[in-house]
Write a protein that binds this ligand. Structure first.
Ligand SMILES: *Cc1c(COP(=O)(O)O)cnc(C)c1O
Length: 410
């Protein structure tokens, strides 16, 4: 008799984005004449930039020529890309990360989920609430939790509520976690962590022998000079933090697929006798056993982001999204909303009006303004009463959507 992994039965059935899709389909089928503007799912809208496209094409051509053909590449990524990452994303910011610490992959979603495999079953996991749903769901899948309680929390996870009371930055938990997921700039709240905040977490992890799993997928959107782009800008972080980065939002690779994970040599975790072991060899073993590398043309395309021209082009696209965010912040504030994020992140997080529930606000916005956003409660119970707008949109749609929202009556 084949047995299933029963942890999957604990997961909540209706995942956020399918439910949004269902409600939007229902509305558009009933109202085929209405133009619905989508600012819901966190997917980019602008095409790959010319430098990336050119390198991508060249990579494909090389594969079609016997003298330049490539089969399997190194599982951890080609040296040309790992070097470019180490030099430009880290060493240029005064952070001593080596190419050898970098593992190129097909996505940060996969990496943030898969990373748990190299850590023991008895780890206590701390997760922000609200946040990117992948951390909690993969913790459940891995068997580290009990069932989902009525309040939306899974038994066994340490939740760290992030609300306007604490500026959407988590406080140190009262129960000691072993693994701590942090995500800055944050999805969904669009808020960032200062050097002081990150230092507090790094010191806490050192004191408690914990590991921080730091998701920096939106690092490229940081505009404020004082905000760290990498957790390794904090002293001591190399001993206690793994960093996840992705080209998805940085350079429009959501469909192309390329990301990377950094595991410094100094990072240790412990066996049941309390003896320290370096973590990097475990991930090396996992990665090389279960993953066969990102395709060569995609890695060539990713490396083009680090050329002078590529960097300029990618910056322009990010500036475009951030200008969308600025317009949204300004319009929503004028329309009387409490608005957060959207300065160092492509997400604008608003408090609904009159204490409306997130999904009620979603329905009102869809039905009366034909605008789709994301209900905050879909990211965790503390997101209830909030709503996320994505700045990954076309400018004309941003103006139209803001005008329609302005005209809503409550
Ligand atoms: C979009 C996103 C990612 C990137 O995932 P990929 O698999 O690399 O596309 C990672 N973390 C967060 C929080 C995200 O929103």
């Amino acid at each position: 008799m084949a047995l299933i992994n029963e942890n999957y039965l604990k997961l909540k059935a209706g995942y956020l984005f399918p439910e949004i899709g269902r409600r939007v389909r229902e509305y558009t089928q009933a109202n085929p004449d209405k133009k619905v503007i989508r600012m819901g799912i966190g997917d980019v809208t602008q095409p790959l930039v010319p430098s990336v496209l050119k390198a991508f094409h060249e990579g494909v051509e090389e594969l079609g020529n016997a003298t330049t053909f490539k089969g399997y590449g190194p599982e951890q990524g080609y040296d040309f890309l790992r070097e470019a990452i180490a030099v430009n994303d880290y060493q240029a910011r005064g952070v001593d990360i080596k190419a050898d610490d970098i593992f190129v992959s097909d996505g940060s979603k996969c990496d943030t989920g898969n990373i748990q495999e190299i850590f023991g079953q008895n780890n206590k996991i701390a997760i922000c609430d609200p946040v990117y749903p992948v951390y909690a769901d993969t913790t459940v899948m891995s068997g580290k939790t009990g069932v989902c309680l009525d309040n939306g929390y899974f038994e066994g996870i340490i939740y760290m509520p992030c609300t306007d009371d604490n500026g959407f930055v988590p406080e140190l938990p009262s129960e000691r976690p072993d693994l701590i997921f942090l995500c800055f700039p944050n999805n969904p709240t669009g808020t960032v962590a200062s050097k002081e905040v990150l230092k507090k977490w790094v010191d806490y992890a050192i004191a408690n022998k914990s590991v921080i799993l730091y998701d920096a997928a939106y690092e490229a959107f940081i505009t404020d000079e004082s905000i760290p782009h990498s957790i390794y800008e904090i002293e001591g972080a190399k001993k206690v933090a793994i960093e996840f980065r992705s080209f998805s939002k940085t350079a429009g690779f959501t469909g192309t697929r390329c990301a990377f994970t950094v595991i410094p040599e100094e990072l240790v975790a412990y066996d049941s006798n309390g003896q320290a072991h370096p973590v990097k060899p475990l991930w090396t073993r996992r990665h090389t056993t279960k993953f066969n590398g990102v395709s060569y043309p995609v890695q060539k395309a990713a490396a083009a982001i680090y050329t002078e021209q590529g960097r300029k082009e990618v910056k322009e696209v990010i500036a475009y999204y951030l200008e969308n965010a600025r317009i949204m912040r300004e319009s929503l504030t004028k329309a009387g909303y409490m608005v957060y994020g959207g300065v160092n992140a492509p997400y604008v997080w608003v408090k609904t009006k009159n204490g409306m529930k997130s999904w009620d606000f979603f329905d009102k916005l869809l039905n009366e303004a034909n605008v789709v956003g994301t209900p905050g409660s879909g990211f965790g119970p503390s997101g209830e009463g909030y709503f996320r707008f994505s700045a990954f949109a076309d400018r004309d749609n941003v103006y139209d959507a803001m005008e329609r929202i302005k005209n809503l009556t409550f």
